[in-house]
Design a protein around this ligand. Structure first.
Ligand SMILES: *[C@@H]1O[C@H](CO)[C@@H](O)[C@H](O)[C@H]1NC(C)=O
Ligand SMILES: *[C@@H]1O[C@H](CO)[C@@H](O)[C@H](O)[C@H]1NC(C)=O
Ligand SMILES: *[C@@H]1O[C@H](CO)[C@@H](O)[C@H](O)[C@H]1NC(C)=O
Length: 280
């Protein structure tokens, strides 16, 4: 009973905010970049699901006026190669939770993420080819599938937004394709995706937004144009936004002393949230 009173109060509050600030009930309560944490302590938690998959999960505060209208939805965050060891990845999960979305990031690398970027490795002891050979779609798809099943079955999620960064960016395209083994996502956002194939791009069946770096050897201007052309050919809402003076990885590991990178990370985060507000 107590919870239903709180729920009604939140609905009223949320309703008032929405009526005052937006005619779109689904979007409601606008956010700004102040909810994006770039440094600090993560506030979510790591839990084990199934037999041996770890996920990092962060839930919105029940007092968050945006959370109410997002009941039954969740964000599946697919990280870069640094995985759950990189604090910025956990902070992104927390930031999406502050935007009102229950957010879950599976450990895509079974406890052993990459110590170096696959785009610009500097340590000769890190063998990029060997790392990627161990983390093929054949290995990664089942991990993501387990996380999707957990969201749908254990957390009662009916609609899933996939947000992917670098390595994980490719997998949001695989997740929004019902003929792939994943087929779990209804909406997708990818920041500086790497290793994306034409078939993966053309396989999408829902809205996809992309945040691209202008200096990215894994998504060059020619590859961006190709990506846009393939998305244009699909009858789906899409966005491809290029952020100027940003390197590969900026939406996660921006250098905050460089204004273009800081702005890029903030804008890419807001791009994702607004995309999900509209389509999830
Ligand atoms: C789980 O255990 C199996 C068998 O030991 C292993 O192959 C796999 O890499 C582990 N991790 C995940 C995330 O499934
Ligand atoms: C999911 O739904 C089941 C059945 O209605 C319920 O028992 C369970 O508590 C729900 N779990 C969550 C996390 O809401
Ligand atoms: C961040 O940018 C500043 C200003 O260009 C530079 O001095 C610093 O080395 C950069 N930090 C990293 C970690 O790249």
């Amino acid at each position: 009973m107590r919870s239903s009173i709180i729920t009604s109060a939140l609905l009223l509050f949320g309703g008032a905010v929405q009526a005052g600030q937006s005619s779109n009930k689904k979007t409601g309560h606008p956010i700004d970049a102040s909810i994006l944490a770039h440094t600090g302590q993560p506030v979510g938690k790591e839990i084990k699901i199934g037999s041996n998959l770890t996920v990092y999960i962060s839930a919105p505060s029940p007092k968050n006026p945006r959370a109410k209208s997002r009941a039954g939805t969740a964000i599946l965050l697919l990280t870069d190669v640094f995985g759950l060891d990189l604090v910025q990845n956990k902070l992104l999960v927390d930031s999406f939770a502050r935007a009102g979305y229950l957010t879950v990031a599976p450990d895509l690398f079974d406890g052993s993420p990459a110590p170096e970027d696959i785009n610009t490795p500097s340590n000769p002891n890190f063998n990029v080819g060997e790392f990627l050979a161990r983390h093929t779609p054949q290995v990664t798809d089942p991990i993501i599938s387990s996380a999707v099943t957990y969201l749908r079955s254990s957390l009662n999620t009916s609609r899933i937004a996939a947000a992917g960064y670098c390595f994980g960016g490719r997998y949001v395209f695989r997740a929004i394709n019902p003929s792939s083994v994943l087929g779990g996502a209804d909406v997708a956002f990818a920041a500086h995706p790497s290793l994306l194939t034409d078939a993966e791009i053309s396989g999408i069946v829902g809205p996809v937004a992309v945040a691209a770096a202008d200096a990215d050897s894994m998504l060059t201007p020619a590859q961006r144009a190709n990506l846009e052309g393939l998305l244009l050919a699909k009858a789906q809402p899409y966005q491809v936004t290029t952020y100027g003076q940003t390197p590969h990885g900026f939406a996660v590991r921006a250098n905050y002393s460089v204004p273009s990178q800081r702005l890029g990370k903030e804008e890419a985060f807001l791009q994702a949230v607004r995309w999900f507000d509209r389509f999830l």
